[in-house]
Design a protein around this ligand. Structure first.
Ligand code: DP6
Length: 427
């Protein structure tokens, strides 16, 4: 039987996509990186993890249970999940020690249920939003804020998955790698809030790839162990770029932002190639998207205008394209022309058939090349890449800069948002 008071919180957390990449750890158990990184938080109205956590003294044997996307997961004794839960409990215990009246939630068992609103099959990493949602939900359940800062929480999320620390903030976020051996200075800070540059949007191109690539955790340590180029990246390349891109963001200078973003994606993938044995995350379709972006930017700059769009790639073949809002129609038109039949949920009603209209691949007519009236620069070389076979880009997700984690509900009888039923199991 559960006790009468329900101690529960449900929160959502966003995905973030780095423009200066984290790749390499100097401490693999504390998850301390070899370099700083910087990311853009994406809108959780479109991509998010939602987590419900409940604390109850009746939860026992085992005291903690966890479900991810409907499947129960073991909480391993030395694992990252264990560390995150223990660290959050410690923070709660600290508050309880100072205030006798607080219920001793740190001694209660926990039930945690988490879901992503994007299919893992979409090929998007879910560990960042997942661990950020876990930490923010436990912080809400344990009522840790404002006593504990968001940057402090990011230090704990970091120990779940490095990139997760950046999902604790909205907008533009830096992960300061830090120098101490205990990780106390390795945390996320806000560079600029969402509202600062809300016109920046993202088009995620989910590229078909049957093979499962090298997981990032294993891949990055192979790079640390074998790549001389990574040492140059750590010492020279990233420190300069962190400064430059922060300035570009503050000045809302898309041209400079795009230049640095693309250069850093290419430098990161070069270190993967410099790894022994080499790691290949991008494939032929990824590279064709690079060529297309470079060509439309070249033509635009030749016409005396700035860059149109920037690409960046994580540890997989999917392209994330950043562009100012006014350029996204053109970019979408180009992608839909050269990569026909991608599924597209029209979140911002770009195709004028009703917001959120779903364009399923099979029913789409081939899209014509955008015209100069639609913004295609005059000197654009339309033969830069061939029109690809249908479905080479499987899905397109259009989103924008977003806010940080949100508290959705605090539990109780009328809580329809919570993911746990009365027994503390998934609804
Ligand atoms: C290429 O954060 O997934 O996306 O810390 O081992 O969990 P772990 O790795 P993870 O690595 C992300 C790598 C990246 C670049 C980035 O997000 O900065």
């Amino acid at each position: 039987m559960a006790s009468s008071t329900i101690y529960e919180a449900t929160c959502s957390a966003p995905v973030n996509i780095a423009v200066i990449k984290y790749w390499g750890k100097r401490d693999t158990s504390l998850i301390l990186p070899t370099n700083d990184s910087l990311s853009v938080t994406l809108d959780q109205d479109h991509l998010r993890s939602v987590t419900t956590a409940r604390a109850d003294p009746s939860f026992s044997s085992p005291p903690e249970r966890l479900w991810l996307n409907g499947v129960e997961e073991e909480i391993k004794s030395q694992g990252r999940m264990r560390t995150c839960i223990d660290e959050m409990r410690k923070l709660r215990k600290g508050l309880e020690d100072k205030d006798d009246k607080l219920p001793k939630l740190s001694t209660y068992g926990l039930r945690i249920c988490s879901e992503n609103n994007f299919p893992t099959a979409a090929g998007l990493a879910s560990s960042a939003s997942g661990f950020a949602a876990l930490i923010y939900t436990l912080a809400s359940l344990y009522e840790l804020q404002p006593a504990v800062s968001t940057s402090h929480l990011s230090r704990i999320a970091r120990q779940g998955s490095g990139s997760a620390c950046r999902s604790l903030f909205g907008g533009f976020v830096a992960w300061q790698g830090g120098e101490t051996t205990d990780g106390s200075d390795s945390l996320a800070v806000e560079v600029a809030p969402q509202e600062h540059w809300s016109e920046l949007q993202a088009l995620i191109c989910v590229v078909s790839d049957a093979k499962k690539g090298t997981p990032s955790t294993a891949g990055m340590q192979r790079t640390v162990a074998t790549s001389p180029l990574l040492q140059h990246r750590i010492r020279e390349v990233v420190p300069a770029r962190m400064k430059d891109i922060s300035q570009a963001i503050k000045a809302r200078d898309f041209n400079r932002f795009a230049e640095i973003t693309m250069a850093d994606s290419n430098n990161f993938h070069a270190t993967c190639l410099d790894t022994s044995p080499p790691i290949f995350y991008m494939n032929d379709v990824s590279r064709a998207i690079v060529q297309l972006v470079e060509e439309v930017n070249r033509a635009s700059e030749e016409a005396g205008k700035g860059k149109i769009v920037a690409y960046t790639y994580d540890a997989g073949p999917n392209a994330v394209l950043y562009a100012p809002k006014e350029n996204v129609s053109l970019v979408l038109g180009l992608i839909r022309h050269y990569f026909p039949n991608a599924d597209f949920d029209d979140t911002f009603n770009l195709l004028s058939s009703g917001a959120n209209a779903s364009h399923r691949g099979a029913n789409q007519p081939a899209s014509p090349l955008p015209t100069q009236e639609q913004g295609l620069p005059a000197g654009f070389n339309s033969a830069v890449i061939p029109v690809h076979e249908a479905g080479a880009v499987r899905r397109l997700i259009h989103t924008q800069v977003g806010d940080g984690p949100r508290l959705l509900a605090r539990g109780g009888a009328d809580d329809e948002v919570g993911l746990l039923n009365a027994e503390g199991e998934p609804k």
